[in-house]
Design a protein around this ligand. Structure first.
Ligand code: TEU
Ligand code: CA
Length: 556
């Protein structure tokens, strides 16, 4: 029988199927490709696999625009392939959680096509419609993909809301018939044996029903406060859980919470509330957004990064909430290029892994992060595929940026940075496909690849493998309290974890510059659980941390 909070000692591995492994040479990753690589993931030691959406979709947003929740898109394979994938994952004693996008559907979805027939159609109010005229949107809310969040439908004389792409129409969660159709669909996948779900932007499902204008005083006063962590979001989540995964003890649910707060995340994840198992928040991944603006060049603000981590770790613990802890996903640039240093790929890749994996929370590894994959540094706009990046490239040029400036910004911020094919080996297309990949492979694949990593005992891969193992062996990691350290230090991210008579001191130099720090004397000469330099010694309470040096010291 599973421990009630088994996910506290588990590690989740995120697969973006389109870029993971192609088995039929169409240049697009698929489920058979994933099946072929399950032994690699078992060797890494991960417990749960999260696949991003594989449902039928026009792929305007690479699957986050679902047109049929009940069927697998043929580019990924058949439902039979899905059953085989799930079965193989279970045979290897791993679990599968699927991505569930229920804030919006594709405008190709049957419900939306019916909704276009008019207000008398039963599906019309599955979406959010407001009367209007072609030149006057219902309010001034912005789409997160650029432009405004309303699309006018001439034949109806109405607008529909789309917080994301115009082809992603927001669902009306006020409508109980819609909610019941969602619950029925989720139970369809649970009955197949799926072990849980990642819930896409789930904290956006409850909108302020007055739909008021926002002020645009800041980059985030764009309407989001009227639909983020909205008035009924906890009511809806409690009902969703009670009608679906709440009936499956041990199922893992993780909510992607856009622009959220700690109090809400405590409510979302404190077990007494019967909502979700854990949440993603993104505040730590906006410390290189100058004045909150994503589409501008920005450096890591280390002080903000540390303050955000410390605040979330301490307050989520006080509230008995539970976080997913992560650097990377399919929307974020590669962390070793972003907050690490490609010239110190191993040292900084390992340091970043240690920094996250010993936090209080469940760690998530994004495909390729475990070998230190980097951003691809694309040179021309036709290498980019992501709808958000292409929309913002146009907006940047309209604002007067040169092509070079706009490309430099996409190089740093585009979601395509994490969507290049996994670099399996040094062969053509990095072993990802024998066809033409849907997106270019990063140029460094001939040296930076899984095959080389597995042959190199000093690779980032074996560091991540060890981090995953340690989480299973030490309760101080999976269940310990979090104590901030070195809060004023401008380059060291350090903290202590404490569980009964066990302590773990985790030290991470986030910079190339060497730095001297003092450690509590009780740690002198104690056991180093993991480090990223071979010759780190603990002979005194003064430690000189070299470029990106990182270590974890254990005492009992
Ligand atoms: O992401 C929502 C989200 O917060 C990010 O997309 C962010 O808003 C965006 O990158 C602007 O900074 C989820 C999925 O992870 C993403 O891939 C989808 O595009 C999005 O929802 C819509 O479904
Ligand atoms: Ca394929």
């Amino acid at each position: 029988m599973l421990e009630k909070d088994w996910w506290k000692s588990a590690t989740v591995y995120q697969i973006y199927p389109k870029s993971f492994c192609d088995s039929n040479d169409d240049g697009i990753g698929d489920m058979k490709g994933i099946i072929n690589k399950l032994d690699y993931l078992k060797n890494l030691g991960v417990d749960v696999i999260w696949t991003t959406p594989m449902y039928v979709s026009p792929m305007m947003d690479n699957g986050y625009d679902i047109a049929d929740y009940y069927n697998i898109d043929p580019i990924f394979g058949t439902m039979e392939d899905f059953h085989k994938l799930l079965d193989e994952i279970h045979k290897k004693d791993m679990k599968l959680i699927m991505d569930m996008v229920i804030n919006h559907t594709s405008t190709e979805h049957f419900w939306f096509k019916e909704a276009l027939k008019g207000p008398e159609n039963r599906y019309h109010n599955y979406y959010i419609w407001k009367d209007g005229t072609p030149d006057q949107a219902p309010n001034n809310w912005a789409s997160k993909f650029g432009g405004n969040a309303w699309q006018y439908v001439e034949s109806l004389g109405k607008y529909y809301l789309h917080l994301f792409d115009v082809t992603q129409a927001d669902l009306n969660w006020e409508n109980s018939e819609l909610r019941n159709d969602i619950y029925k669909m989720i139970n369809f996948w649970l009955e197949k044996g799926v072990d849980g779900f990642r819930l896409d932007v789930i904290n956006l499902i409850s909108k302020n029903q007055n739909f008021p204008n926002d002020t645009y005083e800041t980059a985030i006063s764009d309407g989001r406060k009227f639909y983020t962590d909205g008035p009924k979001v906890h009511k809806f989540l409690k009902e969703l859980t009670a009608n679906t995964f709440g009936k499956y003890p041990g199922s893992l649910t993780v909510g992607e919470m856009s622009s959220t707060t700690i109090p809400h995340c405590i409510k979302y994840t404190n077990p007494n509330n019967k909502e979700l198992s854990m949440v993603f928040n993104f505040h730590h991944l906006k410390v290189d957004y100058p004045n909150g603006e994503k589409w501008a060049l920005g450096d890591m603000d280390f002080k903000s990064l540390k303050n955000i981590f410390f605040k979330w770790q301490v307050e989520m613990e006080i509230g008995n909430g539970w976080s997913a802890v992560f650097w990377c996903n399919h929307d974020q640039p590669r962390i070793v290029s972003r907050f690490g240093n490609e010239k110190y790929l191993k040292e900084s890749g390992k340091m970043l892994g240690t920094a996250i994996h010993f936090l209080r929370g469940t760690p998530y590894i994004y495909q390729g992060e475990e070998i230190g994959m980097t951003n691809p540094h694309f040179e021309t706009i036709d290498e980019y595929k992501d709808v958000e990046s292409l929309n913002n490239y146009k907006l940047l040029l309209e604002k007067g940026k040169s092509i070079e400036e706009a490309i430099a910004i996409l190089n740093q911020k585009s979601r395509d940075n994490s969507r290049t094919p996994i670099q399996w080996d040094k062969n053509k297309n990095a072993g990802f496909t024998s066809g033409t990949p849907w997106i270019n492979v990063a140029k460094n694949y001939s040296t930076l690849n899984v095959e080389n990593s597995l042959k190199d005992e000093d690779s980032v891969f074996y560091h991540y493998k060890k981090l995953i193992e340690l989480r299973k062996d030490y309760k101080v990691i999976s269940h310990g309290d979090f104590i901030p350290m070195y809060e004023e230090n401008t380059q060291v991210f350090g903290y202590i974890r404490k569980f009964e008579n066990e302590k773990l001191l985790v030290l991470n130099n986030f910079y190339e510059d060497e730095i001297e720090i003092e450690i509590p004397k009780e740690f002198i000469g104690k056991k180093i659980l993991i480090k990223n330099y071979k010759d780190t010694l603990l002979e005194s309470h003064i430690l000189k941390l070299r470029a990106y040096e990182s270590l974890a010291i254990y005492l009992k």
